[in-house]
Design a protein around this ligand. Sequence first.
Ligand code: ADP
Ligand code: ZN
Length: 435
Amino acid sequence: MIYNEEFETLPREALGALQLKRLQQVVSRVHSNVDFYKKSFDKAGVSPADLKTLDDLQRFPFTTKQDLRDNYPFGLFATPMSNVVRLHASSGTTGASTVAGYTKRDIEIWAELMGRCFVAAGLTKNDIIHNAYGYGLFTGGLGAHYGAEKIGASVIPMSGGNTKRQIMILQDFRPTAICCTPSYALNLAEQGRAMGVDMRALALRVGIFGAEPWSEKMRAEIEKALNITAMNIYGLSEIMGPGVAMECSEVREGMHIFEDHFLVETINPKTGEVLPPGEEGELVFTTLTKEAVPLIRYRTRDISRLNTAPCRCGRTYHRMGRVMGRSDDMLIIRGVNVFPSQIEAVMVGIEGLEPHYQLIVDREGTLDTLEVQVELTEKQFAGADEVKVLQKLEGQLKKDMKDYLGITAKVKLVEPNTIARSEGKATRVIDKRKL
Ligand code: ADP
Ligand code: ZN
């Protein structure tokens, strides 16, 4: 099912023409309205008139998270505050949070794009959506809320936390879909089971999960625990919030980027060079229709790759692969680059381990060390008086990390329920080097 047939299936050529027209408009608007862009364009020796094709964008400078922080809170706004109807801020997962502002039209477009996401996930006005993304400054809650209303579904504005109550509502209101972070979905499933609730027998059939990296293995885990189809959604508050890209239920291989509103590039994060589609790199977005805070060539620090192959679902938008992690989450363990999500993928493959884990990075002399703390399943723990069995599990995880990722790490198996559960974005890495 497609929410906006006209735009979501626009032939690539027409889409390109639309993008160029919108790009020219937004670039000249920020050039005249935002001091920061006037200066940065001048410095790079480019002006809006240089934009004759989409490729000309490559001559324009990047905008970075640091630029947003330097202009905190409202320095990059392209419209007077009297036109702004909403303010949000990023979660601040990797530092000071950045501010997002929306005009009425920005909110309308956001609601439509979230609506497109829900429809792509197979939801209709007949669905009841349990929205456990946090409401508040975080864009997840309200973003999903407006999208759910947009398609006429019934939305339960649950927000994050208060897990026992959530489980009660899941039983009583019988929602058919749930939105939250993937780590919170697992947390819910686990706490529900502990309360004696059959979490597979709820009315839920679809889950829409995002806001943090997760793996295919974790998808399988969630689908099994909740007896649902789990879908991946991507977004970031600087660009809009959730709903920048979404998987389609037909294929579930990569997330379609709503390219009529966002122009995407992948770059080599070290050199800034634009990469051909398909190569892994940092995603860079330009907002094409945002009024309040348009961003030109915003470096997300998210590492992914683009897939330009046509999709069976009929959408003509290119797809982005799973975000393996952010360049600032990447660990370098004795020279080997690794993302937490890759370690997660390895451990989820081992029977007896739960995808509840923490990575402790430290330094011994000049070398960085990694300790992986991971929980045993209840079943494994109950039968774990045999030291040999645990040693074998530990050994296997160590070996798999070495074989698949090339890293040497200490492994510590811990009792079920000892690693703090997330109610939003999970904290996977504890970096003791900075302490
Ligand atoms: P913060 O950067 O402070 O966490 P946001 O709340 O705006 O702020 O989160 C956006 C970030 O969340 C993205 O840049 C990306 O790193 C991560 N993210 C969002 N959706 C996904 C997803 N489906 N898979 C992996 N990472 C995601
Ligand atoms: Zn598709």
